[in-house]
Design a binder for this molecule. Structure first.
Ligand code: EPU
Length: 335
């Protein structure tokens, strides 16, 4: 375990917000969670940090941070169609995707280049280009803080939804995820549901390989989303909202071309479209703005405080509601 005091957090969150942690405990393995120091830290207010890629640090000071850093990827079982991988929570998510692709295993390749750790992936059920991690997860193991023991949940018990899981609801603040298991397929059937992907491969004679798929996803992401190493951001700041038939009709009466898609029987509208059509694409106030190519991503142009970003996000929400009558919700975790 590593213990540090008064830690600047700019390098621990992809927004690059310079808050400070009074105390930081970096836990290297499961047994350390049961040590006196960590048990003591868990009895006071704390925040569990993963890769810091889906959080907004809205306060300048956080008394205590616990970061689970345990690493390791291993195969634990296999059948004719699939192999099961156990991944410790501190692994970088994209290293897991690379490992899967290098071993010719399919099911998470469209989730290439998503920042963050493997342990954080189930919390918001990371998703992109037609795939969600919840479709590959078999189990999630976590340290249960109130019960002081380890618990393993089945996929069903994780209650995965759109950017949602039990870890964002009933288990919020009560769990430190230590590992996940993933079922990956030996046969690769490209998931081309995302329009840009089907367009790219439509005219090609050969089906893409796993490696080609990963490379294509990486180039799509790089063309649309800002690189957090260059421009602070936390990916989509808002979720795509679910609207009623009535709201969609109203929007269609104003904008003929309003895009919408149905997902599990619900109608969703891209938050990016709403923000753009509320006149807020590439809007900037001080050090914060909506990204010029993808306005549901908020960016820190440098030196923005968490409070500044939070205020800006509230303005975007209220302007979208005022102009288009749709409420949009945050996707990132406000700390
Ligand atoms: N659009 C605009 N203006 C823009 C950009 C997009 O109107 O400037 C509209 C277009 O109609 C476009 C639609 O928004 O067709 C959808 O855009 P995009 O395909 O970029 O996807 P998204 O719905 O905005 C979601 C995820 C992303 C994920 C992409 C690709 C959410 C909140 N976000 O974005 O996830 O990478 O799909 O699958 O669901 C993340 O969660 O951090 C994230 C980046």
């Amino acid at each position: 375990m590593i213990f540090r005091k008064n830690v600047p957090l700019a390098d621990f969150n992809t927004f690059g917000i310079n808050s400070t942690a009074g105390e930081m405990y970096i836990v290297e393995n499961k047994s350390e969670l049961f040590s006196g120091e960590i048990q003591n830290a868990l009895s006071k207010p704390f925040f569990v940090l993963g890769g810091g890629s889906n959080i907004l640090l809205s306060k300048d000071f956080i008394p205590s941070i616990i970061k689970y850093n345990g690493k390791g990827i291993q195969f634990i079982s296999e059948d004719s169609e699939s192999r099961t991988l156990q991944v410790n929570a501190g692994e970088t998510w994209d290293d897991v995707v690379l490992f899967a692709v290098d071993n010719n295993l399919a099911g998470i390749e469209n989730l290439s280049l998503i920042p963050g750790t493997a342990g954080a992936a189930p919390i918001q059920n990371i998703g992109a280009y037609g795939q969600e991690v919840g479709n590959a997860i078999i189990t999630v193991t976590y340290y249960d803080i109130p019960a002081k023991c380890e618990v393993t949940l089945s996929n069903e018990d994780c209650k995965f939804g759109y950017r949602d899981s039990i870890f964002k609801n009933q288990l919020k603040g009560k769990a430190i995820i230590t590992s996940i298991t993933l079922r990956l397929k030996k046969i690769f059937i490209p998931d081309l549901r995302y329009k840009q992907l089907s367009e790219i491969f439509l005219n090609s004679n050969e089906a893409p390989s796993l490696k080609t798929m990963r490379d294509t996803i990486i180039s799509i992401r790089e063309s649309k989303l800002p690189n957090p190493a260059l421009l602070g951001n936390a990916g989509s700041f808002f979720k795509n909202p679910i609207v009623s038939e009535k709201q969609l009709k109203f929007l269609k009466s104003k904008f003929e071309t309003v895009p919408s898609f149905s997902s599990s029987g619900l109608i969703k509208i891209p938050a990016a479209w709403l923000i753009e059509n509320a006149g807020l694409k590439a809007k900037r106030i001080g050090n914060v703005g909506t990204y010029e190519k993808q306005p549901l991503v908020l960016v820190n142009y440098g030196g923005a405080s968490g409070e500044e970003i939070l205020k800006f996000s509230e303005l975007i929400k209220s302007e979208v509601f005022k102009k288009l009558g749709v409420s949009i919700e945050c996707e990132v975790n406000i700390v």
